[in-house]
Every structure is written in structure tokens, then in C-alpha cells.
Design a protein around this ligand. Structure first.
Ligand SMILES: [Zn+2]
Length: 445
């Protein structure tokens, strides 16, 4: 599929600050960007004779952005626990994730990435922000993930989860892996890879490790860390540092930096004020929070205070739309008030803030169809059973459009998924390799 292309006969949804729906639309993409879009008659009048793709009325809109993911969790699907079932979040970490990540080998990291990124583009995702852990093979692990993301063709912002769980040497290796990968991204500048400094959470990152991580870390590259996901993180921080985790992390060097703080559920009242510092974004993962029974982040209040909140899947699946649908119900349920979380709130968290965050990281206009924006697009097989217009896009997204089959996905103007096929990937062969890898992993974890 050529990267210069004219989509015709589209139902176009722009997203952006105010989503516009244009029926009988065309969109001309060139050199990885949107050159022109709008009513067909306007675009066709000026577009040169280039390849056309008739969408037959399908919905053309910006690709999805997943603001917080853990691709390494792929092989947990269907796994049997080896210990007693976990009774709380810390035990979920100890008995599932910290056992599983330790058993990962480089090939598992690559395959879990290839599987996850493939599943992502099949759901129209064009950018994934991942938080990776494989303590048994730290060095080079982000390269294995990057290899997978480049093979699939989507944009990936990667970091390694620095932690003291494996002693000072493991912590040093985690920091080094983040630095090494950041240097690689800086020298390559390929537009599809971006780094962050990964830290697990206050509960497993000692002050010395935090200082080591920040010492050489460039101030303009974000720090991606879990904050107050469960009460255990808060209790540990209060006991050890005499202050809650967000305050502790800010006091020990994160203040003034770009910080991506995943979860932020159990915050003290004064920490809400601390969240409102420039450069801090909360990554909200509602399905994961429900699944781990850790609580519900005060997202409405965060938005009221002007704190950016961006939606992620936290490894639950590769489809942020599922979290958008959960987002639309969890906060109303929590507040026992159907008016407590508006469509605008949902739109900000599901679309506006992820787009801003990803645009900043990649230095491109992402998450919006606009002239000059990146041609990161998805096409959905959706024939609306009720009228679809600029004023009711979100209602369609939550109750139909987001569940519609994805017909095609483009990243930087290149087709990465079309009609059930991920470009350049033999899906059946990949699944065979994954099953074999998972079986071995399940034996040794
Ligand atoms: Zn996470």
C-alpha cells in the first residue's frame, strides 16, 4: 500500500479539541502526514492523480493511543498459579507478576512484544507507551521490544522498570538499560521509538536507586512510575519516609520533571495539590484497578484541578477502547451519581490527554486528523444504526463504534494492518511460537 494515498467515501472523525464528523469525506495523506481532508468534492478537486482507497462509508479516524501498558504480561493469559491464590495487591505482585517477569528470557520479551503490538494494530492502536520488566534479562530487553514494534510498524515509547527487588546490581542494570535505550533513540531519531525512565514504584525503589536513576537522566525525558496504586505503597512510604509516595518521589528529585504517574489512587488531600505541578500526567487504568480491587482514582477531581489524565490498559488487553467504556461507568458507579462523570470528562481522558502526551513525546501531531498531523489512522467497519454527527461522536464511540471491527490501520502513512492481516507478520506462525514459549515459561516460572 503506497504511503501517498487518497481515502475516499469515508465517514471521517477528526477527534482533537472538538471532534468533527464529516460524511462523504476524503483524506489525502502524503509523506507520513495528512495533507488535506474534508468533504469529498473539496479534496478531489485539488488532489493529484494518486492511488485511491474507497472506504465505502467506513469510519476513518485517528489511531488509538495506549498511555500505559505492560506487554510482558502476554504469557499470563491462562496461566495457573503456583502458590495459594493472592489475597491482596502485594500478593498479586509477589505470586504472579514478580514470578512471571523473572522467568522471561529475551525471546519471550520479543514474542510478547510482537504479539502485543500485533494485537494493538488490529484494534487500531498506533502508539503504545509500555513499562517493561524482565529482571532475568535486563540489558538489551528494550531493544527486543523495539525490534518487535518496528516490525509491526507502530510507535512505541519504552522504558525499563527500575527496582530494588533484585538488589543493587539489578537496580543499576535497570537504570543502565533506560539510559542505553534513550541514547539509542536520540541517535536514531526514527520517529517511531521514544524513551522514558522507568521506575517501578516507591515501594521497591530506594533513595539511592532513585538518585542513580535521575543523576544522568535528561530533564526533558519523562519518568514513568507507578504511584499509590495500592495502600501498600502508601503504608510503606509513610513508615519508611514519613510521607506518602507522591510527596516522597517529588521531594527526592521528581519535582519539576515530566512525570507520568500511573494510577494515583490512594492520595492524601495535600497530594492532589502536588499532582498539579507542570509536566505531571496521571495514567489512569480503570479495568486493571477493578481487576486488582485496588480502588478508584479521583479522576473527576483531577480534571477539575486541571491535572492531565491519560487512559491506559495496564496490560489488561491491547485495546484502550475497552478502558474507555469502563471509564465511562466506573466513576459514576463510584460516586453513585450518573451525572458525576461527563462525556467531556471521558473525552479528555480517552482522547485529548493521550494525544497531547504522545504528540509531545514523538514531536508530531498525533491523535487528531488535521492538516500536517501524522497519518496515524484507523478505519472501522461501522454502519451507524442511528444518526452520527459532530455532536454525538462519543455516544457512538462508547456504545458501538469502539466495538466495531477494525478494517485497517495506518502509521505514518504506512498500512500496518488491513482486512485481518498484520503487514509483515505471519499471525498463525506467531501464535504457534507464542504457545511454545508460554508452555516453557509456565514450566519454569
Ligand atoms: Zn502498570
Amino acid at each position: 500500500m503506497p504511503s501517498t494515498l487518497l481515502f475516499t467515501n469515508a465517514t471521517l472523525v477528526t477527534l482533537g479539541a472538538q471532534p468533527q464528523v464529516v460524511h462523504d469525506a476524503a483524506c489525502w495523506i502524503e509523506n507520513g502526514q495528512v495533507r488535506l481532508f474534508g468533504p469529498s468534492r473539496d479534496v478531489l478537486e485539488v488532489a493529484p492523480p494518486i492511488a485511491r482507497l474507497d472506504l465505502q462509508g467506513r469510519v476513518l479516524m485517528p489511531g488509538q493511543i495506549n498511555a500505559h501498558d505492560h506487554l510482558y504480561s502476554a504469557f499470563a493469559r491462562g496461566i495457573s498459579m503456583k502458590d495459594e491464590p493472592p489475597q491482596n495487591f502485594l500478593q498479586i505482585l509477589q505470586r504472579l507478576w514478580w514470578r512471571l517477569d523473572q522467568a522471561l528470557q529475551p525471546e519471550d520479551v520479543y514474542l510478547s512484544g510482537l504479539l502485543g503490538f500485533s494485537e494493538a494494530v488490529q484494534r487500531g492502536v498506533t502508539t503504545v507507551i509500555d513499562h517493561h520488566a524482565s529482571p532475568g534479562c535486563i540489558e538489551g530487553s528494550l531493544d527486543r521490544l523495539a525490534e518487535a514494534s518496528l516490525q509491526v510498524g507502530l510507535r512505541a515509547c519504552l522504558c525499563y522498570e527500575t527496582t530494588d527487588r533484585h538488589g543493587a546490581q539489578g537496580a543499576r542494570q535497570g537504570v543502565a538499560e533506560n539510559l542505553r535505550f534513550a541514547n539509542r533513540c536520540t541517535s536514531e531519531r526514527n520517529g517511531k521509538l521514544s524513551p522514558a525512565m522507568g521506575l517501578h514504584a516507591s515501594i521497591t525503589v530506594d533513595p539511592e536507586t532513585l538518585q542513580l536513576a535521575l543523576k544522568e537522566w535528561p530533564a526533558d525525558i519523562p519518568v514513568h512510575v507507578h504511584v499509590a496504586e495500592d495502600r501498600c505503597d502508601v503504608d510503606h512510604s509513610l513508615e519508611k519516609y514519613g510521607k506518602p509516595p507522591l510527596q516522597r518521589l517529588l521531594d527526592e528529585g521528581l519535582r519539576g520533571r515530566e512525570v507520568w504517574a500511573a494510577h494515583c489512587i490512594h492520595l492524601r488531600p495535600h497530594e492532589m495539590e502536588l499532582l498539579a505541578q507542570p509536566g505531571l500526567t496521571v495514567m489512569h487504568n480503570p479495568r486493571s484497578n477493578l481487576n486488582n480491587a485496588v480502588g478508584c482514582a479521583p479522576v473527576r477531581k483531577m480534571l477539575q484541578m486541571g491535572i492531565p489524565v491519560a487512559l491506559g490498559t495496564d496490560g489488561m488487553s491491547q485495546d484502550p477502547a475497552e478502558d474507555a467504556r469502563t471509564l465511562s461507568v466506573i466513576h459514576k458507579h463510584q460516586a453513585a451519581d450518573p451525572q458525576s462523570f461527563s462525556y467531556d470528562d471521558i473525552y479528555q481522558v480517552a482522547f485529548v490527554h493521550p494525544a497531547r502526551l504522545a504528540s509531545r513525546r514523538f514531536g508530531l501531531q498525533l491523535g487528531e486528523i488535521a492538516c500536517g498531523a501524522a497519518a496515524d489512522l484507523m478505519v472501522l467497519d461501522y454502519d451507524p444504526p442511528t444518526p452520527l454527527h459532530s455532536g454525538n461522536f462519543l455516544g457512538h464511540w462508547l456504545f458501538g463504534l469502539s466495538m466495531a471491527p477494525v478494517w485497517g490501520t495506518w502509521v505514518a502513512g504506512d498500512c500496518v494492518f488491513l482486512k485481518g492481516q498484520v503487514a509483515g507478520i505471519d499471525s498463525a506462525h506467531l501464535k504457534t511460537r507464542c504457545r511454545e514459549a508460554a508452555e516453557k515459561l509456565w514450566e519454569r516460572w
